[in-house]
Design a binder for this molecule. Sequence first.
Ligand SMILES: Cc1ncc(COP(=O)(O)O)c(C=O)c1O
Length: 471
Amino acid sequence: MRNADFEPTLAAAERLARRWIDGIDSRPTSISSSAADVVAAADRPFPEMGLGGAEVLEELAAIAEPGLASTGSGRYLALVTGGVTPAALGADWMVSAWDQNAVFADLYPGVVGVELAAARWILEALDLPGDAAVGFTTGGQGANTAGLLAGRHAVLAAHGHDVETAGLIGAPRVNVLLSDEQHSTIPRALRLLGLGTDCATEIPTDSEGRILLADLSVALDDSEGPTIVCVQAGNVNGGAFDPIAEISAEIQRRKSHRDDIWLHVDGAFGLWVRASNRFGHLAAGVEAADSWAVDAHKWLNTPYDCGIVIVRDRGNLARAIGYRAAYLPEPGAVPDPVDSVVESSRRARGVPVWATLRSLGRTGLSDLVDRCCDRASDLAAALQKVEGAEVMHAEINQIVVRFDDPTGNDDHEGHTDRVLAAVQAGGECFPTGTTWQGRSAIRLSVSNWRTDSDDIAVAAAALTAAHRLRG
Ligand SMILES: Cc1ncc(COP(=O)(O)O)c(C=O)c1O
């Protein structure tokens, strides 16, 4: 009786989800409704009477679908967007049906155990220390914040300051060294940590977005107090990697005579190259870091929202964010997720990670990375042949391109923006814009397991046509 509404509701959910997924390849990548349209369609007084689950889902799809982005499409090249693998989607549905609170191993062993297995596979795939702590966060922002929280704890503890009890009052200044190309989630994390963005020293980068090693070395010499160094494995625009092996070596040298330096790697998508034989060398040296951030919902192609924080010494993360209360279980033999994430209640978002890794295996994961890089390289090569197109940087799965104004008016910025707008509206592929080296550019990210050579040909043709038509 109580289960009666599940049957038609789940049937409707499956039918509507299938309809959405079946249309992924044929639906235009443009978005037909704006946010204001969706709000107008959805905005009505709270209804007096409820509705059956199946009807609710029909209504929901009718309101939301016109405004949904085609993130599953192999031609959706915006931000850094993975599609969803079948195994990940299926597992995600099961996570909702199971509805476990994945924080305490004793109370929810089914999902905590599976997340621990996923954690082990991640460490193996990325070739990071097998006993590191792994937390499944909401995304890269959460992972960067958690990694830096652990770092803040450790570098202040090295100066005898217990930040968890004393807070930052009376604490020595923490110096954060990062590049002027760091992802904006890092300064945001510094704000959340109470360190403030003024604690950061921005080191210049080369024309591809790599931190300049010599300048970082000088800044390290000048940084006498607690120091956190943030490096990047995969620039959000062009995909560049900081020279991490050299930076790690510099930091290891200093660690032999001081214990107040922490190295954090923001590898939201780029860290996955470690799973590839062909591209892993780009992230050589990251294994010497103290903490790492990587996303599952980007290149691993799990559903939003899932990031991963990894901390070499699990005690640093647990001391920074763990908590206990009289009504909650004591720590047991199996690590509790509550000691590695900031949530007190949470969805078992690591389960779809397990399912994705189980379905891919080592070979499939390596192949996913290689294929995306190869398709991105095909797209960059196709664009390079277009007169007036300038591929400003292309590395791993990322491309930054701009277009010269062919009208002779020298409005290159405006022309590039118009090409982007025309391609987005055209519905054949969906890139997004950026500013790169001070100029308007279009960024293309090939992060979806579905993207194939046909998708790349369509994307190249759409960009080329938009450029030429506007000439
Ligand atoms: C290098 C880098 N770091 C952090 C992030 C933030 O990740 P999220 O959006 O999952 O919080 C991104 C997102 O693109 C990124 O590319």
